[in-house]
Design a binder for this molecule. Structure first.
Ligand code: OOG
Ligand code: NI
Length: 447
């Protein structure tokens, strides 16, 4: 077929359309976007060094379009369809997250772009959770949930047709791409008419608020969209002035010179009017807003150190004391680029400097990277963390399901079932980061 558009283009227009829809649906999200854009601008103005660093890493352009979102589906068939839809947008499942440990009856993956150029253009990601009905203890209620889910179709007929067309022809024209995005968007739209009556909603909600959210509606509404900020502490502090009440503490690692992984905070879900089957009115709280600040991806060794320190820090009640405690506990995690490289805690993209180009013959795999950096022959740019953190995610889930954690007795990961539902194993995030680092090393002659 001639004139096919790229997957990157389709993802870009989809992400834009999703953001526009969510701004209409949740006005506070618009406010948050403005606040984040203001703060990012002022951070860049005040820190030419960071500005340069982001520009060098090719991340300046993506900053203003960068978002992640989250959705929750009810059945294996729904998840498998999403995998095919997102593949058209160049988004592939990465990672397996077991949320049952945190008392949430779902397991998840993140659909996201994986190659350097696609990430640089628009790294749109969707945290996608699948309900685990086996964690609904009451057998009658479980069957009821499953039969409601079996009857719904969250995709439009036209979306299914276009998907089949794409799979047959391996591409879309511009017009088909636009139509596909419009149709796909319908799946994520909010519906204020519930599929069930008030009593059914109540009993599902008693099992877990998330269960009611997944089962009772016609689609899998986008439940939040998250812009990326360069200073989460500042945005968090300014949120109340904009009429937004943030969650008590910022999740993830402490503020650092060399940010690592992901820091996040959200605001409580809105109570929205809904209409039950049979026309009785009700309310549902599921949709919220969130901000994030991204740092460097960590190696398994770095990640293990992060997990250990986070566990040691425990969970704080107020943000101020929690952040102080984190700063204290995270001392053993070096905050210096060379030391992070030396201890192999993080992933980097390496690049030859002009001086390095001049000494290409002297650079070979046996050379010590830190020494080459000291000589000014090589530059190291941290690889940005593109994924999610299960502990933080558990905290985020709570902003939409009330600040209470329910223990689930069958809370064991069930990766095989997830893989079977998805239709393929999710990719391994560590392997992707390692490949990005290796590609850069090969270009420098370091591998
Ligand atoms: C997803 C929560 C996870 C994050 O940023 O960690 C998430 C959900 O509530 O469906 O989005
Ligand atoms: Ni999120």
């Amino acid at each position: 077929m001639t004139n096919t558009v790229t997957a990157d283009y389709i993802r870009e227009i989809f992400a834009q359309a999703m953001s526009a829809m969510y701004q209409q649906e949740v006005p506070q999200y618009s406010t948050l976007l403005e606040l984040v854009a203001d703060v990012n601008l002022s951070v860049l103005e005040n820190s030419p060094q960071l500005h340069q660093q982001l520009a060098n890493a090719g991340e300046l352009a993506r900053l203003n379009v960068e978002r992640h979102g989250a959705i929750r589906v009810g059945t294996a068939q729904e998840l498998a369809m999403l995998r095919r839809i997102f593949a058209i947008m160049g988004m592939y499942p990465v990672g397996y997250y077991d949320l049952s440990q945190a008392g949430v009856p779902v397991h998840s993956t993140a659909f996201r772009p994986i190659d350097d150029a696609s990430l640089a253009r628009n790294p749109f990601r969707l945290f996608t959770s699948l309900l685990r009905p086996e964690l609904i203890e009451d057998e009658k209620l479980r069957r009821r949930a499953q039969s409601i889910l079996a009857k719904r179709d969250i995709f439009t007929p036209r979306c299914r047709e276009l998907l089949a067309l794409h799979e047959q022809r391996q591409g879309f024209s511009e017009r088909q791409a636009q139509a596909f995005v419009t149709e796909a968007l319908e799946t994520f739209r909010w519906h204020n008419h519930a599929l069930v009556d008030a009593a059914t909603y109540e009993s599902l909600s008693r099992a877990h608020r998330l269960v009611a959210d997944v089962v009772c509606f016609r689609g899998c509404h986008i439940n939040h969209l998250t812009p990326r900020t360069l200073d989460i502490d500042r945005v968090q502090a300014m949120m109340p002035d904009c009429g937004i009440t943030p969650k008590a503490v910022i999740e993830g690692p402490p503020r650092r010179e060399r940010p690592i992984l992901l820091r996040q905070t959200s605001f409580q879900a809105l109570e929205e009017r809904i209409i039950f089957h049979g026309d009785s009115p009700g309310a549902h709280t599921a949709r919220f807003g969130e901000i994030e600040q991204r740092g460097m991806a960590l190696t398994p060794k770095g990640h293990a150190l992060y997990d250990r320190l986070l566990f040691e820090a425990g969970s704080g009640v107020d943000n101020f004391s929690h952040q102080l405690r984190l700063q204290e506990v995270f001392r053993p995690f070096p905050d210096d680029e060379n030391e992070i490289i030396r201890q192999q805690l993080g992933y980097f993209r390496y690049r030859l400097t002009p001086a390095g180009e001049g000494h290409r013959h002297a650079i070979h795999p046996a050379k010590d990277v830190c020494r080459l950096i000291e000589l000014g022959w090589i530059e190291a740019h941290p690889v940005t963390y593109e994924d999610f953190l299960p502990v933080s995610a558990a905290g985020i889930f709570q902003s939409s399901s009330g600040d209470r954690t329910k223990m689930l007795n069958a809370g064991r990961a069930s990766r095989e079932r997830f893989v079977a539902a998805l239709g393929c194993p999710p990719l391994d995030a560590f392997a992707l980061y390692q490949e990005a680092e290796n590609r850069s090393k090969r270009r420098c002659g370091l591998l």
